[in-house]
Design a protein around this ligand. Structure first.
Ligand code: SAH
Length: 234
């Protein structure tokens, strides 16, 4: 079973959307397990303080290393990757998600306020992971994003095992356009090739469309794709 342990000061945010749909069914069926830990339970004072003012001054509050260390250490010996959701982190990719999904699970720390004391990050060897170049108010939604991306790849979660293999990023390209009935919608027809029944032509069309979209929208992915020695059929 793939196990997610989430450390947060807002435990009620979990499983949240991950209790619904595919992830929710998989949770109920024991494909993955969720262990939500309330960081405040590891505070020692009467007010259960988890944050303090930044050393050196400035606005906001910083999450305390001592409280977070106790919360992390209470999980015990564990080989799972320990991640800190952080806008300074390594940007999350589908490749990293696929790696994480293949493992035993993750331990995820959700930051709040201005972030967490640096000594906690280095002292507990946390891997900082970002979900994009923008700033959220807390790590919880970022953790939900990461978990959702992993869970859908766990065996048996998606309807067809195959549906992970062909989608955006799986081979370094964005996905080709999709269509379904009606055949004519507001005067626009489904491309003829998709009704041809010719699997070879369909595959070639999809590949060409994936390449066209990737080149137009994501020059960064396109450059990396070409560098890997898969020159496009132009
Ligand atoms: N002062 C920090 C931002 C703190 S935002 C800075 O400038 O870097 C508060 C918390 O939200 C962070 O500790 C982190 O856990 C989470 N968070 C915000 N943006 C995020 C992002 N893009 N990816 C992952 N986590 C993020």
């Amino acid at each position: 079973m793939w196990r997610a342990t989430v450390l947060t000061i807002f435990p009620d945010m979990f499983p949240g959307p991950l209790g619904q749909s595919l992830a929710g069914k998989a949770l109920a069926n024991g494909v993955w397990a969720l262990d939500t830990r309330d960081i405040r339970a590891h505070a020692t004072d009467k007010h259960r303080t988890v944050d303090d003012t930044p050393a050196g001054g400035g606005p906001g509050m910083v999450m305390k290393a001592d409280v977070l260390a106790r919360a992390l250490d209470a999980i015990g010996d564990d080989s799972r990757p320990r991640l800190l959701m952080s806008p300074r982190g390594t940007p999350l990719t589908q490749a990293r998600v696929a790696d994480l999904a293949k493992g035993d699970g993750v331990v995820v720390l959700c930051g709040r306020f201005e972030g967490v004391d640096e000594r906690l990050i280095t002292g507990r060897k946390l891997e900082e992971v970002s979900i994009g170049d923008y700033v959220l108010s807390g790590g919880e939604i970022a953790a939900l994003v990461l978990l959702d991306a992993c869970i859908r790849l766990l065996p048996g979660v998606m309807g067809k095992e195959a549906s992970g293999a062909e989608e955006s990023f799986a081979d370094g390209l964005l996905e080709y356009p999709q269509y379904t009935r009606p055949v004519i919608f507001e005067g626009a027809a489904i491309p003829e090739v998709l009704s041809s029944g010719d699997h070879g032509r369909v595959a070639a069309w999809r590949r060409a469309e994936a390449e066209r979209l990737t080149r137009a929208r994501r020059p960064d992915l396109w450059t990396a794709y070409q560098a890997r020695g898969k020159p496009p059929k132009l």
